[in-house]
Every structure is written in C-alpha cells, then in structure tokens.
Design a protein around this ligand. Structure first.
Ligand SMILES: Cc1cc2nc3c(=O)[nH]c(=O)nc-3n(C[C@H](O)[C@H](O)[C@H](O)COP(=O)(O)O)c2cc1C
Length: 186
C-alpha cells in the first residue's frame, strides 16, 4: 500500500520533518510504498488568489500525490496552540469531497511544550473529521521536542516503539477500512 507521510510545516530545520523521516523509514521497513512530503516545496503558487479555481500545475502535482495515498500519516507540530497554517492551505487546495472523504488518516503531535501537540492534533482532526476522513484512533504525542532526537532518530526507546506500533497498526487499519477513498482527481 502507499502511505503519504506529511510533516505539517514548512519551517526550515523543522523537527517534524526529521520525525517524518523516522516514520517513512518505518513504513519502508514494513514493505510499504512511502511518499514523504516536504511542505517547504509549497511555493507562491499556493497563495495565488485564483489557485482555488484554476490550480497552478505545482499545486495540482502535490494534490495528486495526496489523493494517490491509501492512507495519510500526519506529523503535526504545535504552533500557537494549533496546527500550522500551511497544512490548512494544503487541505484547502484538495478536491471536495475526494481529498479526505473515507481516506484513512493517522496523527503524531509534536511540540516543544507540555501539551505535546494534543491541541494541534485535535484541531486538525476537527478539520479532517469534518471532511469525513477515517480516523485511526491510536495517536502519539511527543513533548519536549528539542530533546527527543539523536542522529539515529528518536532517542527514547519507548517513544520509538510507540511510533513503530502506530505505523504497524495504521497499515492494518488501512487494510481493514481503506480502499474507499478516491485515488485520482477525475
Ligand atoms: C510559529 C511557531 C509557534 C509555536 N507555538 C508553539 C506552541 O503553541 N506550543 C508549543 O508547545 N510549541 C510551540 N512551538 C514550538 C514547536 O512545537 C516546536 O518547534 C516543535 O519542535 C515542532 O515544530 P517544528 O517541526 O517546527 O520543529 C512553536 C513554534 C513555531 C515556529
């Protein structure tokens, strides 16, 4: 199966991107096809006022990658008590209802602070749930983000094993409930 891993920020040097690499490696190890997004590639075309109606090719290209995924694993950094605006912009560019309808989604919250990304994940789930995504119930929350990584990935073994268990479980969830979301823009 094909899983899109989406670190939810365009911040240079973001730890979410690093965590995305860990999650992508986990799916690859499990034998799945992975598409690791990098939202730094979302250029000024995404802000063109006409982009909603006449999508620039760069926008369509990213949207097509999203829609091609059997499941989407969001890494959700907490910015100002919510998820970053660049993720909402991506979601606003998705076709309706094909973008999220019946598409399995999983979430990891990542924050510097004590709320561990809970607020950010729940805010994003409010949006994806409204758009009828299939929510994978096992979520992972990571606080104190700047102390959680070493060169190999997540430094805390228990945390690393919870992320692995989430990936294994999400792939099973996709097998059980997936396959109903649109896979192309037509
Ligand atoms: C614009 C901005 C707002 C942030 N707001 C919060 C916040 O409300 N709560 C928090 O715990 N951390 C906050 N952070 C810190 C991030 O959660 C932290 O950098 C974490 O590693 C995830 O973001 P990253 O992927 O950009 O590294 C903020 C960071 C930025 C850049």
């Amino acid at each position: 199966m094909k899983i899109a891993v989406i670190p939810g920020t365009n911040r240079a040097g973001a730890l979410s991107q690093r965590l995305g690499e860990v999650v992508a490696a986990c799916y690859a190890e499990l034998g799945h096809e992975v598409d690791l997004f990098d939202l730094k590639t979302m250029g000024p075309e995404f802000l063109e006022p006409t982009a909603y109606k006449e999508q620039p090719p760069a926008v369509t290209a990213l949207v097509e990658r999203f829609v091609a995924a059997d499941g989407v694993h969001f890494i959700v950094p907490e910015y100002n008590g919510s998820f970053p605006g660049v993720v909402k912009l991506l979601i606003d560019m998705l076709p309706y209802p094909a973008g999220l309808d019946k598409r399995p989604c999983a979430y990891i919250g990542l924050a510097a602070g004590q709320f561990q990304g809970l607020r950010a994940v729940e805010a994003l789930q409010g949006v994806t749930g409204y758009r009828m995504a299939y929510q994978y119930p096992r979520r992972v929350f990571i606080g104190n983000s700047f102390k959680q990584f070493d060169e190999a990935g997540l430094s805390d073994e228990d945390l690393a094993s919870r992320v692995t268990a989430q990936c294994v479980g999400f792939a099973e969830f996709i097998t059980e409930v997936g396959g109903k979301a649109a896979k192309t823009l037509e």
